[in-house]
Ligand binder design. Structure first.
Ligand SMILES: [Zn+2]
Length: 667
């Protein structure tokens, strides 16, 4: 078991919740995997690699690239058939790592279509799903993985099968693995439906205890100094843990899940407002695993508590901008009120052991986070006023309006055909869109266009000596599909936060509009940035990021008041876009200027000069002018930018917003 390449699992300091989550999955594969959330440098990868060394070894058919079990080889194995009594060999459980930039072929495997079409030979190169079968599949930065890959990954995880189909050729093989993903929430959240597919989530943060931190460094140095010697010193602990996992796995079937415990699980899940039944199922599986792990024979309240803490935080119905979290005291209260029996068999030591001190740390963090979020929601004006006092520079009274309710907005797009990262906004050449044409393959053939291929082969049949019914296809006939889909863009907001916009109701509406546009950007997988201008300067409040939550938070606390330095705002936006173009040339920008167009600081000629810097950028001006007399300044600004002006009231996708308003009024 000791492996010099890995840092030993048992030598990792703290992170008790994470260790528990991984162990529960090792004990019971039905626990559904783990999503680890946390900043960089929290040993997320170290611990996942360390875990794979603890998994029970697997018996395989030698030479089978799909890890067939000799006791029950897969009848349709692409490397088969293996016969009724194949040889057997034992190897350690494997860890396969899926890099964020991986291609579809790398994940699911690749069919050699050229051979299939020209020689009629089915040749399949296994991908990472095959490598991970009966082991661990690890996805670092899963939140940055392209939707299409996530879908393939989660389908495979749900079905336990990898299915590859390219036109008429298909291959299928089993792919059952423990899925572990990591993400840094600062780089953007996972969509809720993907969050839900992970069994458990754990929030990790570096310890703030100096003693613990020192011990982490001490061990790390010692490991780097002499990896083998270090691993050897932990052999006994590692073996004991591996044995305990194997033992718990064996005992899993014998753990009883009483009706009372099931009812307790249902009560907790219902009270926390989770969607669907998956939360109940996962909590039940995790509770059973926890009982087996601590050596119990029956699921107790303690098991349900441990399971709920890991299975529920990411499943609560919520605003997409909120970070996952769970109120621990609420959980305790619920559990107390729904105890399966008045006397659950004492305080199980195994459970208490894993719910030990280290946890207090991460629990505290979670609570602090959610408390902060809650505050941002309810006491915006309070926080904002404080900030405004510092930033206002005595220009004029400032205030902080709370954003209005978000709504569905009209689709704003960049015209033309882009080549940016896949997303859901503007038209673009993408590998996964619908077929829009065909061409001679560029590189390896991955997506053949059969009609075009047949059309290319047809005129040559006689000269190629075709006699039978089959068409004679040569490599030169092959055509690939040209696909068109949608890309994500960089949506840069330049928001006028000056006094002319500050009438409270107006600013509520403006913030509500920007919040809606942010929500839209989140769903379309854009990057977003936020420039604001008020007083005498423009400020880059949010540098371009995929984290729309950060944008929403900045917006909520954005103070308003003072003069309108419109030219300054445009210049700042132009500068941000220039830098981003250097960073990511294929991501096309969309500038959304939110203003009433009134200029109270600087000359209009200045605005013209600034607008000229934005030539070639697709711009939309959201016209916030209100009142009986309209000056049409925002429309004029749109003209200068060569863009379109949309009245604030017309930003909603349809009559939806009015409808909601009407219903509120009626209620
Ligand atoms: Zn096989």
């Amino acid at each position: 078991m000791p492996d010099a390449r890995h840092y030993p699992f048992t030598a990792i300091v703290g992170l008790d919740q994470l260790k528990l989550a991984l162990i529960l999955n090792a004990v019971s594969p039905r626990t559904g995997g783990v999503l680890i959330r946390g900043e960089k440098g929290t040993a997320k990868s170290t611990i996942v690699r360390a875990l794979s060394a603890l998994l029970p070894p697997v018996a395989v058919v030698p030479g089978c690239r799909f890890s067939c079990d000799p006791a029950a080889p897969e009848p349709a194995c692409p490397d088969g058939p293996h016969g009724p009594r194949p040889d057997a060999s034992v190897r350690p459980a494997r860890l396969a790592e899926l890099p964020v930039g991986a291609s579809e072929d790398r994940l699911v495997g690749s069919l050699d279509l050229e051979r299939a079409l020209t020689e009629g030979v089915k040749s399949f190169e296994p991908g990472l799903l095959a490598a991970a079968h009966r082991g661990v599949l690890y996805v670092d930065e899963v939140n940055l993985l392209h939707d299409h890959l996530v879908d393939l990954l989660l389908d495979a995880a749900a079905l336990g099968t990898c299915y590859v189909e390219r036109d008429a050729v298909s291959v299928r093989h089993p792919a059952r693995f423990l899925l572990v993903g990591t993400m840094n929430p600062e780089e953007g959240e996972l969509r809720p439906q993907l969050l839900d597919r992970f069994g458990l989530t754990v929030e990790v943060a570096a310890s703030r205890d100096p003693g613990e931190r020192a011990e982490v460094v001490r061990r790390r140095l010692s490991f780097e100094d002499d990896p083998e010697g270090f691993a050897a010193r932990w052999t006994a602990e590692e073996q004991a843990l591996a044995a305990r996992i194997a033992e718990a796995r064996g005992r899993l079937r014998d753990v009883a899940l009483s009706d009372a415990a099931l009812r307790q699980i249902a009560t907790v899940c219902a009270a926390f407002g989770v969607d669907g039944m998956r939360a109940d199922l996962i909590t039940a599986h995790a509770a059973v695993a926890h009982a087996a792990w601590r050596g119990g024979t029956e699921v107790t309240a303690e098991d349900v508590r441990a399971a709920a803490r890991l299975a529920l935080p990411h499943r609560r119905r919520r605003d997409p901008f909120d970070a996952p979290g769970l109120d621990e005291s609420e959980l305790d209260e619920l559990l107390d009120n729904s105890k399966p029996d008045p006397d659950p068999d004492t305080d199980p030591d195994g459970g208490a052991d894993s719910a030990g001190n280290g946890q207090a740390d991460s629990a505290e963090n979670g609570q602090a986070d959610s408390a902060e979020n809650g505050q941002a929601d309810t006491t915006t004006s309070g926080t904002g006023d404080g900030e405004a006092g510092g930033a206002g520079k005595g220009q004029a009274a400032t205030s902080t309006a709370r954003p209005g309710e978000p709504y569905r907005v009209r689709a704003l797009t960049v015209p033309g055909l882009g080549t940016g990262s896949p997303g859901r906004r503007s038209r673009a050449r993408t590998p996964y869109g619908r077929v829009s044409g065909s061409r001679t393959p560029v590189g390896r053939l991955t997506s053949p266009h059969l009609t075009a291929t047949l059309r290319a082969a047809a005129p040559h049949q006689r000269e190629r000596g075709r006699t039978g019914p089959g068409l004679v296809v040569r490599p030169g006939d092959l055509r690939e599909a040209v696909r068109e889909g949608r890309e994500g863009n960089l949506v840069l907001f330049a928001v006028d936060a000056s006094g002319s916009m500050a009438a409270r109701r107006r600013m509520e509406a403006v913030k509500g509009a920007v919040l809606s546009l942010l929500l839209d950007a989140y769903q379309r997988r854009d990057k977003v940035g936020l420039v604001t201008f008020r007083g005498s300067a423009a400020e880059l409040v949010l540098p371009p990021t995929s984290s729309v939550e950060a944008g929403a938070a900045r917006l909520r606390s954005l103070p308003t008041g003072g003069r309108t330095p419109l030219a300054e705002g445009l210049r700042r936006a132009a500068e941000v876009l220039r830098v981003e173009r250097l960073r990511d040339p294929s991501r096309r920008p969309l500038l959304v200027v939110v203003t009433d167009g009134r200029v109270t600081s600087g000359a209009t000629a200045d605005v013209d000069r600034a607008a000229a810097l934005l030539r070639g950028v697709t711009s939309v001006v959201v016209d916030c002018e209100s009142g009986p007399v309209r000056l049409g300044l925002a429309v004029r600004l749109a003209g200068r930018l060569g863009g379109e002006a949309v009245r604030l009231e017309e930003l909603a996708a349809d009559g939806l917003r009015e409808l909601v308003h009407e219903r509120r009024k009626a209620a």
